[in-house]
Write a protein that binds this ligand. Structure first.
Ligand code: 3HC
Length: 679
C-alpha cells in the first residue's frame, strides 16, 4: 500500500510510503486524493495528518513523469483539494519537503517539522518553477523577499529557519513527529476559520524584487527559470486564481523548453555517475577515520579542508616548514573568510582547524586510512613521494595521487600495494569545486573504488570515474579546444574575440582567459631562446599569464584584463614566421572549431572506455569546467545539435584542426545512424 490511513481518537493519519524519496507520482497523488476524501467524509474524523514513511517527506513531484502524458489527479488540484478540505489538515514533515512536497505542505492548514528537516523549492535547479501553487502560497506566508530567496535560488532552509519565518507552525522531536502531529491535530480540530494560505493577503515589494534581480544577475545569466520564478512570485499580489494561471503558464512553458530538458537530464546524470558498472557488489567501502595530505600548497590545503569541514581529522605534511606554516595560515584565512560571509560560525572554524595536525615528516602519516598526495605535477616527484609513502603508511591505507594528467599506473608501480592506489583529481579551489575525477588504475581494487565514491559523497563532491589516460576526461577534452584557440590567434583573430564567442556561448571564461589564469608557462621548457610554439614566444617575453601581470592579455593590479599590444605583436610576428596569412573568420567558425573537436575527443574517450558513459562526461564538464548546465554538458549538447552537424563541421574545418586531428569512428558511426550519444 503506497498510501494508507489509520484513524485514532478523531485523527486520520494518512501515511505515504513510496521509496526512495516519496516522490509524488500519480499513484501517490491518486492515493492521497482518495484518502483525503475518505477522511473528509468520515464523521468520526475531526482532523487529518499527512506524513511519510522512510527517510523523507515528499521530495517533490516525480521527475521521471515530466515529459510523459499527464495521468490521474494532478498535483495543483490535489493541493487545492487539501486546502479546501473542511477539516484541518496537518503536514508532518521529516527529512526534506522539497518542490511539490513543500507545495503539499503549504496547502495544508498547519505544518509541523522535526528539527533536522529541510524545506525548499528546488524546481529552479531543474529549469522549472513550483507549479502547484508554490509561487503563490509561499509569498502569502513569508513575504515576497523571503519567498524569492527560497524559490529563485532553490536552496533549502532548515526547520529552525522555517519556524522563524512562520513557514512552519511548530517543531517536533526527532522521534515523536507523528505523535506531536496528532496532538496538534486534536488541538486545532475545532478551530475555525481554517487558516488557508491562499486566502492570506500579500504586500507588493517592488524594491525587494529589483534588489534581488540585481544581486543575482551574474548567477542567473543564461538561465530562463529564475526570471520565470520571479515573475510568478510578483504575480502573487494579484488575486490568487489569476496568479495561479500565470504560474501554470510559466510552468508549462519551461517544462516544454530545452533548458529544463537539459537540467533534468543532468539531475539523473549526476546520480548515475556515482554508479560503477561491473563493480563487485561484495566490495565494501573501507573505514575512513584519519586522512593524510602531502603538500601544503593551494591544492593540498583545499583538499584537507574538505575533510576537516565534515569532522574528519587530517595530518598535513609538507617537508618545507615554511610552506607548511603558510599552508595552514591560508586554510585558516579561507575558513575565516567563509565565516565573515556568515556561512560558518567562529566555533565551526575553530572546530575544523582543531582537527588539523601539520607535520614536516611523512612518518606522521603512519596511521592514516587514506593519504592524498598533492605535490608538484611531475612524474618523478610523484613517484618518489609514493615510494616513501608506501613505506610509512599502514598496509591497509589507500594511497591517492591528485594528478591532473599523469599516468596513475606508473605512479602505482612504485608502491607494493598497487591495488590500493588510485587518482583523486580535485579541481581548484579544491574546497569549493564540486567535481572529483576518480581515476581507476589497472590494479585498483573494487573496494578502493567503492571507498572513493563514498568519500566523495561524504565531502559533498560529485565523483566521476575515469580510466587512466593523458588528462583523464576533463583536461583531455580541454586540450583540443585550447589548441584551436591558439590556432585562431595565428590566423589573425583577436584573443578577446575568441573569448567573447565562448563566453557568449555560456562558459564562465574563454580559452585564453583560462590559459592566463592557469599559467601560460605550465609545462614550458624554460629556455627563452627555444621558440617552437606561440606559447614559447609569450613565455620568453615574460608573458606567463596573470601571475606575471601579462599573458594573452595585460592585467592591472586588480587582475582586470585588457587587450595587449605587445601580445598582439608577438602573435602576429610568430604567425608570420610560420607562414600564416590573416583571414576572415566568422563567430560561427570560432565556436565550431573550439567546441566540435572537444566532442570528437569525448567520443574517443567513450570509445576507449576512459569514461563509463556519455552522461559522465557531461557531469565532468558541468560540475568541473563551467559548461552551462542549461545546455546539459558537451555530449548532450552535441546530441541536441545533431551529430551529423558536428561531423560535417569537423570535416569542413579538418584542414585547420592540426595534424593530430582524426575523426572518432564512434562519432562518425553514431552520426551516420542518426543517433545521439545518449541513444
Ligand atoms: N523524482 C524522481 N526520482 C527522484 C526524485 C524525484 N523528485 N528525487 C530523487 N529521486 C531519485 C534519484 O534519482 C535517486 O534514484 P537512484 O537511486 O535510482 O539513482 C534516488 O531517488 C535517491 O536520490 P538521491 O541519490 O538524490 O538521494 P539523496 O538522499 O542524496 O537526496 C534528495 C535526496 C535531497 C531528496 C534529492 O534526491 C533531491 O534533491 N531530489 C530532487 C528534489 C527536487 O528537485 N524536487 C522538485 C521536483 S520538481 C517539482 O516538484 C515540480 C512541482 O513544483 C510541480
Amino acid at each position: 500500500m503506497i498510501v494508507s490511513t489509520s484513524k485514532n481518537a478523531g485523527v486520520a493519519s494518512i501515511s505515504v510510503d513510496n521509496p526512495p524519496v516519496n516522490a509524488l507520482g500519480s499513484a501517490v497523488r491518486d492515493g492521497l486524493g482518495h484518502a483525503l476524501a475518505d477522511a473528509a467524509d468520515d464523521a468520526t474524523v475531526g482532523a487529518i495528518v499527512i506524513a511519510c514513511r522512510g527517510r523523507t517527506f515528499f521530495a517533490g513531484a516525480d521527475i521521471t513523469e515530466f515529459g510523459q502524458p499527464r495521468t490521474g489527479l494532478q498535483l495543483p488540484e490535489l493541493c487545492d483539494r487539501i486546502e479546501a478540505c473542511p477539516k484541518p489538515v496537518i503536514a508532518a514533515i521529516h527529512g526534506t519537503a522539497l518542490g511539490g512536497g513543500l507545495e503539499v505542505a503549504l496547502a495544508c492548514h498547519y505544518r509541523i517539522a522535526t528539527g533536522s528537516a529541510k524545506l525548499g523549492l528546488p524546481e529552479v535547479k531543474l529549469g522549472l518553477l513550483p507549479g502547484a501553487g508554490g509561487t503563490q502560497r509561499l509569498p502569502r506566508l513569508i513575504g515576497i523577499a523571503a519567498a524569492l530567496k527560497i524559490a529563485a535560488l532553490g536552496s533549502p532552509i532548515s526547520a529552525g529557519e522555517a519556524l522563524a519565518s512562520k513557514l512552519i507552525d511548530r517543531l517536533a522531536g526527532e522521534d515523536s513527529l507523528i505523535e506531536e502531529a496528532a496532538a496538534l491535530a486534536r488541538e486545532v480540530a475545532a478551530v475555525r476559520p481554517l487558516p488557508r494560505t491562499s486566502e492570506r493577503p500579500v504586500s507588493p515589494d517592488a524594491g525587494a524584487v529589483s534588489a534581488f534581480r540585481k544581486e543575482h544577475a551574474r548567477r542567473f545569466r543564461g538561465f530562463e527559470a529564475p526570471d520565470a520564478v520571479i515573475r510568478a512570485i510578483e504575480a502573487s499580489t494579484l488575486p490568487y486564481a489569476e496568479g495561479r494561471l500565470i504560474e501554470r503558464a510559466e510552468f508549462d512553458r519551461l517544462l516544454a523548453g530545452a533548458q529544463s530538458g537539459a537540467l533534468r537530464y543532468l539531475f539523473f546524470a549526476e546520480r548515475q555517475a556515482a554508479k560503477i558498472d561491473g563493480l563487485d557488489p561484495s566490495a565494501k567501502p573501507l573505514p575512513l577515520a584519519l586522512v593524510g595530505v602531502v603538500g601544503a600548497g593551494t591544492m593540498g590545503g583545499g583538499i584537507a579542508m574538505n575533510f576537516l569541514s565534515i569532522g574528519i581529522p587530517v595530518r598535513l605534511v609538507d617537508l618545507n616548514a615554511d610552506s607548511l606554516a603558510r599552508g595552514v595560515a591560508v586554510m585558516r584565512k579561507n575558513y575565516e573568510a567563509t565565516a565573515a560571509k556568515g556561512r560558518l560560525t567562529n566555533g565551526q572554524v575553530e572546530a575544523a582547524m582543531s582537527l588539523l595536525t601539520p607535520d614536516p615528516a611523512l612518518a606522521a602519516l603512519a596511521d592514516c586510512d587514506l593519504i592524498i598526495e598533492a605535490v608538484f605535477e611531475n612524474i618523478e616527484v610523484k613517484r618518489d613521494v609514493f615510494q616513501k609513502l608506501d613505506s610509512v603508511a599502514k598496509p591497509a591505507a589507500i594511497l591517492a595521487t591528485n594528478t591532473s594528467y599523469l599516468d596513475v599506473d606508473v605512479i602505482a608501480q612504485t608502491a607494493r600495494r598497487p591495488g590500493r592506489v588510485l587518482g583523486l583529481h580535485f579541481f581548484s579551489p579544491a574546497n569549493v569545486m564540486r567535481l572529483l575525477e576518480v581515476v581507476r588504475g589497472k590494479a585498483t581494487e573494487d573496494a578502493v573504488l567503492a571507498t572513493a565514491m563514498v568519500i566523495a559523497r561524504r565531502i559533498g563532491k560529485i565523483a566521476v570515474v575515469a580510466r587512466v589516460c593523458d588528462g583523464f576526461i576533463g583536461n583531455r577534452m580541454l586540450k583540443p579546444r585550447q589548441l584551436q584557440a591558439i590556432e585562431l590567434l595565428m590566423e589573425g583573430v583577436a584573443a578577446e574575440r575568441v573569448d567573447r564567442v565562448i563566453t557568449e556561448f555560456g562558459m564562465p571564461m574563454g580559452p585564453l582567459q583560462l590559459a592566463d589564469l592557469a599559467g601560460v608557462d605550465i609545462g614550458w621548457h624554460r629556455d627563452p631562446k627555444r621558440i617552437e610554439t606561440l606559447r614559447d614566444a609569450l613565455c620568453a617575453a615574460g608573458r606567463w599569464g596573470q601571475k606575471t601581470g601579462k599573458g594573452f592579455y595585460d592585467y592591472d593590479a586588480a587582475r582586470r584584463p585588457s587587450p595587449s599590444a605587445e601580445a598582439d605583436r608577438l602573435i602576429a610576428q610568430f604567425a608570420k614566421e610560420r607562414g600564416y596569412v590573416p583571414r576572415e573568420v566568422s563567430d560561427r567558425e570560432i565556436l565550431e572549431r573550439c567546441l566540435y573537436p572537444m566532442i570528437n575527443e569525448g567520443a574517443k574517450i567513450l570509445d576507449e572506455r576512459v569514461a563509463q558513459r556519455a552522461s559522465d562526461i557531461d557531469v565532468v564538464w558541468t560540475a568541473g569546467y563551467g559548461w552551462p548546465s542549461y545546455l546539459g554538458g558537451p555530449m548532450y549538447w552535441a546530441s541536441q545539435v545533431g551529430l551529423r552537424t558536428i561531423v560535417a563541421g569537423l570535416e569542413q574545418h579538418a584542414a585547420r584542426l592540426g595534424p593530430a586531428f582524426s575523426l572518432s569512428p564512434l562519432l562518425a558511426q553514431r552520426a551516420a545512424a542518426g543517433k545521439g550519444f545518449q541513444a
